[in-house]
Write a protein that binds this ligand. Structure first.
Ligand code: GLN
Length: 253
C-alpha cells in the first residue's frame, strides 16, 4: 500500500490567497486513488527531519511574516531543508515560499534578507506590485487540453534565476517572475516554485498529478502511474480562464 507524507511548512504564517488549497488538492487526488496520505504542519520551533517527508509545501506570505520566520528558517531548518532538496524530496513553493528558497530578498529599504540558499535565484523588491491573473506554459506538461497553467499572482518582489535553475514555464498572460524575462517560477531537482496563488493546484490537475507521481516514483520503485480521474470541472474552470485571458484561436469554443 502506497503512503505519502506531506510537510506543510509554516502553515500559520505562509498561507496567503488560499494557498492551503494546494494541500487540499494533493490530499484529495491521492485519496481518490486510494493512496494513504498524511499532512504534517511544521512551524517555528519545530524540527524539520530531512528524510521524513515525500512532499514539502511552503506557501506565500506578506514580507513582514517572511521576516518573522526568517530566523527559524535559517537556524533550525536550513541544513535539513537543503539536505531534503539535494535528496530529491519533492517541494512546491509558492510566492513568498519561492523567494525564501533562494539566495536573498532585497527589501524596499535596501536591506537584504538572507534566504535559505537552497536554489540559485534572488529577489529584489519593487515599488509596483505585480498583481493579476497569470497564465503560463510548462513544456511537456500532460494537462488536458493543453500544457497551460492558470493562476493568480500578487507580489512586489522580482525574482531572477541564476545558473543551475530552470524556469517553471513561459508567461503567456501576466508578469511572472519579474515582468521582464517572460519566465514564471523555477525548477531545481524536484523543487517546483511558482508565483501562482489561486491556489495553483486545484485548477491545474495535470500539474498536481505530475508532482504526486514524482513523489511516489521516488519512494516506490514499482510504481507505474496514477489512475486517471474525471477532471471535467477543473478543466472547465481552466478553459474558462484561458478563453477569457488568452482568447487564442485554439481556445475552447
Ligand atoms: N512579500 C512577498 C512579495 O510581495 C511575497 C508575497 C506573497 O507571498 N504573495 O513579493
Amino acid at each position: 500500500m502506497y503512503e505519502i507524507k506531506i510537510c506543510h511548512l509554516y502553515p500559520d504564517l505562509l498561507n496567503l490567497y488560499g494557498d492551503y488549497g494546494n494541500i487540499q488538492a494533493l490530499v484529495r487526488r491521492l485519496e481518490w486513488r486510494g493512496i494513504n496520505v498524511s499532512v504534517h504542519p511544521i512551524s517555528i520551533g519545530d524540527p524539520f527531519l530531512p528524510d521524513a517527508y515525500d512532499i514539502v509545501f511552503m506557501g506565500g506570505g506578506p514580507t513582514n511574516e517572511q521576516e518573522i520566520l526568517h530566523k527559524d528558517l535559517l537556524g533550525l531548518k536550513k541544513a535539513p531543508l537543503i539536505e531534503a532538496v539535494e535528496n530529491d524530496t519533492v517541494f512546491l513553493c509558492i510566492c513568498g515560499g519561492y523567494q525564501l528558497m533562494g539566495q536573498y530578498y532585497k527589501l524596499s529599504d535596501g536591506t537584504e534578507l538572507e534566504c535559505l540558499g537552497a536554489m540559485n535565484h534572488w529577489t529584489i523588491d519593487h515599488e509596483k506590485r505585480m498583481t493579476g491573473n497569470l497564465i503560463f506554459e510548462i513544456e511537456g506538461l500532460k494537462q488536458h487540453p493543453d500544457s497551460l497553467v492558470v493562476g493568480f499572482e500578487n507580489h512586489s518582489g522580482k525574482t531572477y534565476l541564476g545558473d543551475g535553475v530552470l524556469p517553471l514555464g513561459k508567461v503567456l498572460y501576466g508578469k511572472g517572475n519579474n515582468g521582464e524575462d517572460g519566465y514564471e517560477g523555477a525548477r531545481y531537482r524536484n523543487v517546483y516554485c511558482s508565483y501562482s496563488h489561486g491556489s495553483l493546484l486545484p485548477k491545474n490537475p495535470g500539474l498536481t498529478d505530475e508532482i504526486i507521481t514524482l513523489a511516489i516514483k521516488r519512494k516506490y520503485k514499482d510504481f507505474v502511474s496514477l489512475q486517471p480521474l474525471n477532471d471535467h470541472i477543473e478543466t472547465a474552470a481552466r478553459e474558462n480562464l484561458i478563453k477569457r485571458f488568452l482568447n487564442t484561436p485554439n481556445s475552447p469554443k
